[in-house]
Design a protein around this ligand. Sequence first.
Ligand code: ATP
Ligand code: MG
Length: 310
Amino acid sequence: MTNIPVNAVDVSNLTVKFGDFIAVKNISFSVEKGEIFGFLGANGAGKTTTIRVLCGLLLPTSGKVKVSDVTYDQGIEAIKAKVGYMSQKFTLYNDLSIQENFAFTASLRKIPSDTLKRRTKELLDFIGFSKPMNTLVRDLPGGIKQQVSLAASILHDPEIIFLDEPTAGVTPVARARFWALIKQLAKDGKTIFVTTHYMDEAEQCGRIALMRTGEIIALDGPENLKKTTFPDPIIELNPKGTIPSELIEQLRNNKAVDSIDSYGMKYHLIMKDSQEWNRLSIEIAPFFVIRQIPPSLEDVFIRLVEGVTR
Ligand SMILES: Nc1ncnc2c1ncn2[C@@H]1O[C@H](COP(=O)(O)OP(=O)(O)OP(=O)(O)O)[C@@H](O)[C@H]1O
Ligand SMILES: [Mg+2]
């Protein structure tokens, strides 16, 4: 008999309400085993709420959730055993040492002491931690804290690892290091479900779900998302100096222009009518250095998630 591959996560028609407020609206998606799945969306989009449901911490209002073939009908503990969760709020106790934090997590997870000992060594080797185990968490630099927190969340060797903004507020070097660990875990067969507001991190995901006000509005690989959101090229306008104050507004109101958004000191322009570009480009050439650029995920994010459509 051939084994039918089981998804790491299956969500169908999931809705979560808090009183009358609908935080998650009828979403459906699947995550494959071994995938690095990015969950993106503006603040309050419903990412953490969805993750809490998938970790067995919050009962869905309606809909079905399957985590590594376990459903809510089989009990919350069965779901919890499959998942590791590094929550958005810091998960370690600052006033406890690393050893005490691990022991506390192990007691919650009912991990036997010999397993705890073995896993602690494995995981500290994995993150390359070399300080004494009795170091207080509050004495660790931010980036190291995040790595120790990751280690604590996977002490019980779960199949699926939920990371809710794991790199918020740490340095670029520490973020890169954290992502090297994420990639290694995925290589070892773990499924990673990660939220982030950093676009360079989103680029590293196999697929990305974009959430807006409780709904999934796009789901695809980074390159496909760019292609489908921007079938036409993006034109970058780099001001040569001070530009007339009304110029951007005039461009925005031009019927041939689809959108113009500011990116730092520059602007990204998308034409609705590309025929018109020949004329317009000559008209604005005195004010800008003009070039065509490939769309970035940030462009996709701004257009879809923040609902910039004109
Ligand atoms: N326990 C709760 N009771 C009432 N409302 C809640 C509760 N938890 C979350 N919400 C609301 O549900 C919405 C979605 O919140 P959620 O934390 O899932 O968003 P998020 O996408 O994780 O945002 P962020 O990027 O800021 O972390 C928000 O409007 C939030 O205020
Ligand atoms: Mg959140």
